[in-house]
Ligand binder design. Structure first.
Ligand code: GRF
Length: 215
């Protein structure tokens, strides 16, 4: 069985989408893939309640209790190991990871970013997309490197920017696409259909078509 460990900090809607898809598509029987646990760096993350209700193991590692990022990440990596993590999925996890953690799980950490990278890395992506006047915005799933939002791109979904949009409306439309793209990307990486080599995501033709969502 391939184990996915999900890292959250808040609401956890992407975690929920991945979990629900894994149940609906019966990942454990059909693909030998399962979510083996959820880790939050915030004790009050709403996603923890959902995980508990779903019967998944949860662990809280409050970053405020650690003197350095590396001390925090050592415990984080040890807990992920205890959950037998094959893949680590960052789902609204609001801590920047250093090369210590990233190198321990190289090519196995995924993140979702609410913009079409390499445009708009960092925060406030929807406001910045509106400010820049782009007509197409979207979401990216990528491998995680120590450089923020800069790892190899696994998949993207496009969202049109509409005349009446404000940041909130645009974010809601992007979020719907996140919930389609992320479960799909996680499954394909867990199945070994996407790998990290030479700084790029490698995949076959069919996989690349599944991971480019244009409408
Ligand atoms: C999402 O917009 C995701 O793209 C970004 O943080 C947000 C997390 O939302 N990285 P949720 O916790 O998954 O609901």
């Amino acid at each position: 069985m391939k184990n996915i460990v999900v890292l959250i900090s808040g609401r956890g809607s992407n975690f929920k989408a991945i979990y629900e898809t894994s149940v609906k598509e019966n990942w454990s029987e059909n693909y030998g893939v399962q979510i083996s646990g959820v880790i939050s760096n915030r004790p009050d993350a709403a996603g923890l309640d959902y995980a508990t209700a779903a019967g998944l193991p949860t662990v809280i590692i409050d970053h405020k209790h650690f003197a350095s990022r590396e001390d925090f990440e050592k415990v984080l990596a040890d807990e992920a190991d205890k959950m037998n993590a094959d893949i680590i999925v960052l789902a609204g996890f609001m801590r920047v990871l250093t090369s210590y953690f990233v190198s321990r799980f190289e090519g196995k950490i995924l993140n979702i970013h609410p913009a079409l990278l390499p445009m708009f890395p960092g925060l406030h992506t929807h406001e910045r997309a509106l400010e820049a006047g782009v007509r197409i915005h979207g979401v990216t799933v990528h491998f995680v490197t120590a450089e923020l939002d800069a790892g190899a791109i696994i998949g993207q979904a496009a969202v049109p920017v509409l005349a009446e949009d404000d940041a909130e409306k645009l974010a809601a439309r992007v979020l719907k696409k996140e919930h389609i793209l992320y479960p799909r990307a996680v499954r394909l990486v867990a199945l070994g259909k996407v790998t990290l080599a030479d700084g790029h995501a490698q995949m076959d033709e069919q996989t690349s078509q599944e991971l480019a969502i244009l409408s």
